[in-house]
Write a protein that binds this ligand. Structure first.
Ligand code: ADP
Ligand code: ASP
Ligand code: MG
Length: 431
């Protein structure tokens, strides 16, 4: 087992000149979040307790945020489906948040065993006030007084992730992956020095290490780049937590729960002077492509369609409209696969209303994206991407760009090859 590494090493590139490194200040306040895998069984829970105990012995103060154990959230959802076809949001949230509640109590017990005084808190007790949107509640305010008092008394506060209490006094769930957001929001409310997000890989990688074995851990990444990465398929950290961290300037350290190795630092500035043109390749196979053919080309049609979809809570992404020929055009867009039925229902109504030809859904697509702040100032990046895909016989169905991202929709069966080829073409592999 390696020795304790400082929170911010003396040579850490993220350290702004002239500031006192966190590890050298007498006491740092650290929020540590452990995901489901990290607290998946009793053995792992004891390891987390050991990790926290070392941090405390090093002199730092710790607030812990935990997710539900392993796949417990999925299991609770399945249980709900087995019991009934009616899932009122209030009851579903009460059920799901029990997963985190169980984990936080067990982690506390393991901490006591490791000689670390600790108290667990539900989201409500920790001061998370949310709106009333069950299943996907938004944080309105964090009042962390109890957590602060606990920490000031030299105890570790263990907070259940992804939960709060609504303005109507009901228990709310912040949504899937919401524990990352709990950790970031708590770090901000407490003025913590850093928010550490522990996962099953050693940081944020240049691409999904499960697909490409030569993927490299990124020592640092900017909020802007990480936000584009999470929006285009990188599962870690949850996108909402990155948005929260960027808005409030919370420094993140994404790292492994199983080693003491430095992970990936996430901060405002671009990581270094010699900015890589492309920093990462991401992919997302969770969406479907919808195409409406023969849409009359006149004002108001797109507005009507996308308003109807928005009113039905369909999250539309990547919209492409063709140049019109003979007064008609095609409109393609992507939606989450789970929303195909709802989308078809709404678009069919529109097709009938405006006299379009028809609508088609293709679930077998995936999106591959390149992300990099250096793209802003370097021409030819998109061209290299398209050439690389062509060299591998990958046909591009749709293209979309932002200032620091280029995305292509391709056949799902070719996405893994596309990711590997682009990772290679932009020299991202481990040397
Ligand atoms: P957790 O269980 O900690 O919430 P997830 O299983 O949701 O974490 O996400 C972690 C996984 O995301 C990693 O095991 C890794 O394989 C995958 N992953 C995909 N793309 C990346 C990337 N660019 N960097 C790091 N991990 C990635
Ligand atoms: N346990 C919840 C989920 O699986 C919340 C979280 O882990 O962030 O989504
Ligand atoms: Mg997860």
């Amino acid at each position: 087992m390696g020795g304790r590494q400082s929170v911010v090493g003396p040579g850490n590139p993220r350290q702004a000149p002239g500031t006192v490194p966190v590890a050298w200040s007498p006491v740092a306040l650290i929020v540590q979040k452990f995901g489901g895998t990290s607290v998946g069984d009793p053995e792992r829970i004891r390891e987390v307790a050991d990790h926290v105990a070392r941090t405390v012995r090093h002199g730092d103060r710790v607030v812990l945020v935990v997710s539900a154990m392993g796949k417990e959230t999925d299991e609770l959802l399945r249980l709900a489906a087995d019991v009934s076809s009616t899932h009122p949001g209030r009851e579903l949230d009460m059920l799901i948040t029990a997963g985190e509640r169980k984990a936080m109590a067990l982690v506390c017990m393991a901490l006591h065993d490791a000689g670390v005084p600790a108290d667990s808190f539900t989201g409500s007790q920790a001061g998370f006030l949310t709106d009333t949107t069950h299943g996907n509640a938004k944080i309105l305010e964090v009042r962390p007084e109890r957590v602060r008092t606990t920490v000031d008394a030299g105890r570790v506060a263990v907070v259940g992730g992804s939960q709060g209490v609504s303005t109507e006094n009901d228990v709310t769930f912040l949504g899937r992956g919401g524990s990352d957001t709990t950790a970031v929001a708590l770090a901000h409310a407490l003025g913590a020095d850093v928010c550490e997000l522990y996962t099953d890989v050693t940081g944020v990688f240049t691409t999904d290490p499960r697909l490409v074995p030569t993927a490299r851990r990124m020592p640092a990444v900017s909020f802007d780049e990480l936000l584009e990465m999470t929006a285009s398929g990188c599962p870690k950290p949850a996108m909402r937590s990155v948005e929260y961290a960027r808005t409030h300037g919370v420094r993140l350290h994404v790292r492994s729960a199983f080693t003491w190795q430095e992970g990936t630092w996430v901060d405002e500035e671009e990581p270094n002077m010699e900015q890589a043109i492309v920093s990462a390749v991401t992919h997302d196979a969770s969406e479907a492509k919808m195409t409406i053919a023969g849409v009359p080309d006149r004002p108001g049609v797109a507005g009507t369609l996308f308003r109807a979809l928005a009113d039905h809570d369909v999250n539309v992404d990547l919209i492409v409209q063709n140049v019109s020929a003979q007064g008609v055009t095609d409109i393609s867009f992507t939606v989450p696969r789970d929303d195909i039925e709802r989308t078809l229902e709404e678009t069919r109504k529109l097709v009938a209303e405006v006299g379009a030809v028809g609508v088609d859904a293709d679930p077998d697509i995936a999106r591959v994206s390149i992300v990099g702040a250096g793209m802003r100032t370097n021409p030819g990046v998109a061209a290299t991407m398209f050439e690389t895909l062509a060299d591998h016989g990958v046909n591009i169905q749709m293209i979309s760009t932002s200032a620091i991202r280029v995305s292509c929709v391709v056949a799902e069966s070719q996405v893994e090859e596309a990711v590997a080829a682009l990772h290679d073409a932009f020299d991202l592999a481990d040397a």
